[in-house]
Design a binder for this molecule. Structure first.
Ligand code: HEC
Length: 140
């Protein structure tokens, strides 16, 4: 072998060696990514789809003001007899934009009874999810 040939062979060997080394060290990590990534994502989306209206209300903080049993607290009125005053559509609209319902005697008295708190608007929650909550709240 001439000198350039030896150099060429050395470089070729080094190249193949690094290539194989790279392959060997990368492969397990790629495997891990592929097998572990979709699983948590799937779990996440399933979780949010399968959240019961009750769990959703816990997450959104409704129970923090209205009470775990929705029987009302010092901060907010009970949510136990909503059928008397709300339809599903109206309730969804209310949750998205409570300020627009503030007039009316009931809300005037809420203001006096719960001066420290106001009902937050949940317009960042999808209408479908609010619909589920509304249905749950209006359930006989
Ligand atoms: C920061 C406390 C707070 C949170 C959180 C909260 N509310 Fe309220 N909510 C109130 C208050 C206070 C009122 C009474 C009206 C007012 O003063 O704005 C009210 C009123 C209501 C009413 C009208 C009650 C009636 O008798 O007509 C409904 C329905 C309602 N809330 C549902 C919910 C739902 C569902 C959630 C969660 C998605 C929620 N609230 C989260 C404080 C809260």
């Amino acid at each position: 072998m001439t000198k350039p040939q030896i150099w060429l062979a050395a470089f070729l060997f080094l190249f193949i060696f690094l290539f194989v080394l790279g392959r060997l060290t990368r492969a397990p990590r790629e495997d891990k990514k592929q097998s572990s990534n979709p699983v948590p994502q799937g779990e996440m989306s399933n979780q949010s789809q399968e959240l019961s209206p009750k769990d959703m209300m816990g997450r959104l903080g409704c129970t923090g003001c209205h009470g775990v049993d929705l029987a009302g607290t010092m901060k907010a009125p009970p949510l136990t007899n909503l059928k008397e005053n709300w339809s599903k559509d109206k309730l969804i609209n209310y949750l998205r934009n409570p300020e627009s319902f503030m007039d009316g005697d009931r809300f005037q008295s809420f203001k006096e009874k719960y001066p420290g708190t106001i009902m937050p608007s949940f317009n960042n929650i999808s209408v479908q999810e609010l619909g589920k909550i509304a249905e749950f709240l209006l359930k006989p």
